[in-house]
Design a protein around this ligand. Structure first.
Ligand code: PRX
Length: 648
């Protein structure tokens, strides 16, 4: 049995949820009166501009609606309502790749967001409901753009800056975006890199909906300029008024889209709504990170992922805290960068991915000891399971055995944390997400809703709707239903299935065991195997491919591709791999590159032609094959592939 780490008593004394009794009190209140529970928090946390009618409308399930007909504005939640008390407090502390630092107060944030909102509204006629794509580096203007969109009711869709022109174009076209906001580029590891050229390429074919590309200057490198569509943010922003009245938004108005991978080829535009999302962003921010006055919170994610949305921008700012935004990478100029930033900015909560923890551990075991990290109170992890050695190092060396580690389990679709320790309350088992947060009904069940026995793997489901849940897949309600509400039922009613497996132990602790679908988690980023295979298909020499995940020391999972060539023996694996990766880089981006390939004569298929990926996963991992191979069209292929992989 793993050791249990109890919360630090000194810390718990002042924590917002100070004990498991307090946790159960909240959770039981939710279970006894679900709507009353959510109503009390919605009334406390949201500045309603008009009251809502109903807390939860289930009439069109699974298209749940929360706080029906209520009116609010997210930029008011994140900025205006703080101005009376926090105008001179830092809203954002920005640190550039090369060490340049900028402090942006709530008053300054207000001015800049208002100006940007006016720019979008007045110069490009962006109106409520229009889609704006952001293809931005990690600079404060990205945050201004997000908040400017919410101010005028435009729906933002951020595309991670590592995605290629083709991937960007697909997302622009799917959302029919009116405006794209980008930057010339930014800095990484001391050198400039470019973004605007990717937007140019994306718009060469397709992108017909785009009327303007707004370009922010960051690295001042030369860029191509197309007078008919490109506009300079820096030349236009000063002329804008710093007062832009916010749009009155409905609780259920879509707030943003964020594309994520599923088990079929095309990425899904996850659609979030306004009131429910911002409510849970603020509540989880306050509870899971145990926010207090004068905290300085640093989440290392990129704003192109949901973690960046909720815990760099919307959670911290709606809660009125100071959020740190970092342009660079934590290993430049050396493996002490992150620890130096914690010392310099007196950071109180540090939130990162296990992949970064493993890398920093490997690159500088004792590095944290060189810096003053005593301001830290809470450490967080997100995106993938954390392995016990990385957890132990994070706890003992980074946190000096004093900080709670919150292993937060959630997804793009859930909007905010679902399962996580509470730092002042939960006795922690390392590498375990522990319990559902108060108000969240998370259950490990079988397809028919019966609880999975203790110690066995079941489906990780959230069996009651919650405010910040995905509302739809943009333009594809049918896919929304089949993706999330078709696998599991409880009491005969479809319930939300996360796509993850999980296990519950004898104390009720939940451990996430990983995806049950064909989605790989590379460095905490989701990539569908079908999405990769759809690209590989276009390599002329390849007949069939089957992609699986394989454990990777730093990335968590790496991408392993089994390749069947049209003509055997004509190309070397290295040639094929470089061909595949060239195309993957072009079509998706560098995050989708294959780590390993194996050229095989065929892949294991059932008689009906279905590829048996489980067998391929086991072979890639070097595991013994325990699956029944008798149903295969050609059972001998398994040994042949095993031999090829072993000898590679
Ligand atoms: O498989 C789970 C894994 O990441 C998936 C969600 O990915 P994405 O939507 O990109 O969001 C990542 C950041 C929230 C989940 O389905 N995952 C996320 N957090 C954890 C995790 N797996 C284990 N432990 C976690 N703490």
């Amino acid at each position: 049995m793993s050791k249990i780490y109890y919360p630090n008593a000194e810390f718990s004394k002042d924590a917002s949820i100070p004990s498991m009794e307090a946790y159960w009190k909240l959770q039981n209140r939710a279970l006894e009166d679900y709507e009353g529970y959510w109503k009390s928090f919605a009334d406390e946390k949201i500045d309603w501009l008009a009251p809502y009618d109903e807390v939860l409308d289930e009439s069109d399930a699974p298209f749940y609606k929360w706080f029906t007909n209520g009116k609010l504005n997210v930029s008011n939640q994140c900025i205006d309502r703080h101005l009376a008390t926090k105008a001179n407090q830092d809203a954002i502390v920005f640190e550039g790749d090369r060490g340049d630092v900028e402090h942006i107060t709530y008053a300054q944030l207000s001015t800049r967001v208002n100006k940007m909102a006016n720019l979008l509204k007045n110069e490009f006629n962006v109106k409520k409901g229009d889609r704006v794509v952001l293809y931005m580096p990690m600079i404060p203007e990205a945050t201004y753009a997000m908040l400017a969109c919410t101010r005028i009711g435009a729906i933002h869709s951020i595309v991670f800056g590592g995605f290629s022109a083709d991937a960007l174009r697909d997302r622009i076209d799917d959302a029919k975006a009116k405006v794209v906001i980008t930057a010339d580029g930014a800095f990484r590891k001391g050198k400039p890199y470019m973004l605007k050229n990717v937007v140019d390429d994306a718009l060469k074919e397709g992108g017909e909906s785009v009327e303007a590309v707004l370009v922010v200057k960051r690295n001042n490198e030369p860029i191509e300029w197309n007078d008919s569509i490109d506009y300079s943010y820096n030349d236009m922003i000063d002329a804008q008024s710093d007062e832009c009245p916010f749009e009155i938004m409905d609780s259920e108005d879509p707030m943003f889209l964020l594309y994520t991978s599923g088990s079929t080829g095309k990425p899904k535009g996850v659609q979030h709504s306004t009131a429910g999302y911002i409510l849970w962003a603020q509540m989880t921010m306050e509870w899971v990170f145990d926010l207090r006055d004068n905290d300085v919170f640093w989440c290392t994610a990129d704003i192109g992922w949901i973690t960046g949305h909720t815990y760099i921008v919307y959670g911290p700012l709606s809660a009125g805290t100071t959020t740190v935004m970092f342009e660079g990478v934590p290993t430049y100029p050396d493996a002490g960068r992150a620890w130096k930033m914690i010392e310099d900015h007196k950071i109180t909560q540090f939130y990162t991915a296990p992949t970064a923890i493993r890398l920093l551990h490997k690159m500088g075991e004792d590095e944290p000891n060189k810096y003053d990290l005593t301001t830290l109170r809470v450490l967080g992890t997100v995106g993938e399971p954390i392995d016990p050695p990385a957890w132990k190092w994070y706890y003992e060396v980074v946190g000096n055995s004093k900080c709670a580690i919150v292993d937060t389990y959630w997804q793009t679709e859930t909007g905010g944390h679902m399962i996580s320790p509470l730092p002042g309350a939960t006795p922690i088992k390392p590498a375990c997400a522990t319990f559902a947060l108060p108000g969240i009904v998370a259950e490990v069940i079988e397809e028919d809703g019966t609880p999975t026995p203790v110690g066995e793997k079941g489906f990780m489901c959230i069996t009651k709707p919650w405010p910040s849940m995905i509302r739809n897949i943009w333009g594809d309600p049918e896919r929304f239903k089949t993706s999330y509400f078709s696998e599991c039922k409880k009491d005969g009613k479809p319930v939300y299935f996360t796509g993850d497996g999980a296990m519950i132990d004898e104390d009720g602790y939940i451990t996430i065991t990983g995806r049950t679908d064909d989605v790989i988690n590379v460095s905490g980023h989701r990539i569908g195997t079908a999405e990769i295979e759809a690209v590989i298909k276009h390599v002329d020499t390849i007949a069939v491919s089957a992609v699986v995940g394989k454990p990777h020391e730093i990335k968590g999972e790496g991408i392993f591709a089994y390749i069947v060539l049209k003509e055997e023996g004509s190309y070397s694996p290295d040639e094929i791999k470089s061909e595949i990766n060239k195309l993957l880089k072009k079509e998706i981006g560098a995050i989708a590159l294959c780590d390993e390939i194996a050229i095989v004569p065929d892949v294991p298929k059932t008689r009906s032609g279905k590829i048996m990926r489980r067998i391929l996963r086991s072979i890639a991992k070097g595991e013994e094959i325990t699956q029944d191979t008798s149903t295969l069209e050609d059972p001998t292929i398994v040994q042949t592939i095993e031999k090829i992989v072993k000898e590679a």
